[in-house]
Design a protein around this ligand. Sequence first.
Ligand SMILES: Nc1ncnc2c1ncn2[C@@H]1O[C@H](COP(=O)(O)OP(=O)(O)OP(=O)(O)O)[C@@H](O)[C@H]1O
Length: 228
Amino acid sequence: MITMKNVHKTYSNGVTAVNGINVEIDRGEFVYIVGPSGAGKSTFIRLIYREEKPTKGEIMIKGIKTAEMKNRDVPLLRRDIGVVFQDFKLLPKLTVYENVAFALEVIEEVPDKIRERVMEVLDLVGLKNKARSIPDELSGGEQQRVAIARAIANRPNIVIADEPTGNLDPDTSWTIMRILEEINARGTTVIMATHSQEIVNTIKKRVIAIENGIIVRDEDRGDYGYEI
Ligand SMILES: Nc1ncnc2c1ncn2[C@@H]1O[C@H](COP(=O)(O)OP(=O)(O)OP(=O)(O)O)[C@@H](O)[C@H]1O
C-alpha cells in the first residue's frame, strides 16, 4: 500500500530530515513511528501525504509514484489519506457538524449523503450530541475526536496521525487510541507518530523507529524502546 525506496528529504535550509528510508506498509496495518525529537518522524509522515516531496528516491502509494503525480492530482491522493494532527486543526468558526461536512463538500458529495455520513462518523467517535457546538466549546479530547471524524469521513484507506495524543491527558489519550484501533479493525491502515511510551508498550503494534532520518528498528509488536 505504501512503499518507500531509498527516500531522502533535504529541506531548502540544508537540513536532511530523511536520509535513505526503505519501507513497506501493507493494507490494514497499524504502525507506530517512534524516535527522538528531530529524528524525521513528521517529515516521514508529510512525505506520505505529499505535503513534502522527496529530494531523492521513490514513494508509491497504492501503486502510484507520488513524485510523478501532477499537482492537480494531489487532492485525489489526499482523499484516500485522512490526516490527524497534534493540534487538531479544526476550523474555529464552524460547528462540529460543519467541520466534518466540509471534508465531504470539497469532494462534492451529494447533500443527503453528507448528512448521513457526518452523523455516522460523529456517532463512531461518540459526539453526535455535540454536532452543533463550535470547537472552543469542546475539550481537547473532544476536539481530537472531531478531527478524527473529519479524517475518516471520506472513508480513506489510510489514516495518518502525527502525535494525536500529544496535547491530551492520559485518560483522553486512551479514548483516542480506542477510536484509532476501531478504525483499524474496520480495515483502514493507521500510521501514528508518537512519543508515548505507555501507549506503544500497552497497545502492541508494529513499531518503526527513526533516528537521524533512517529506520533503525522495525518490529512487529515492538516496544517504544526509549527512556523518557
Ligand atoms: N519545513 C522545514 N524546513 C526546514 N527544516 C525542517 C522542516 N521541518 C523539519 N525540519 C527539520 O528536519 C529535521 C526533522 O524534523 P521532523 O519534524 O521531521 O522531526 P520529528 O521526528 O517529527 O521531531 P519531533 O518529535 O520533535 O516532532 C529537524 O532537524 C527539523 O528541524
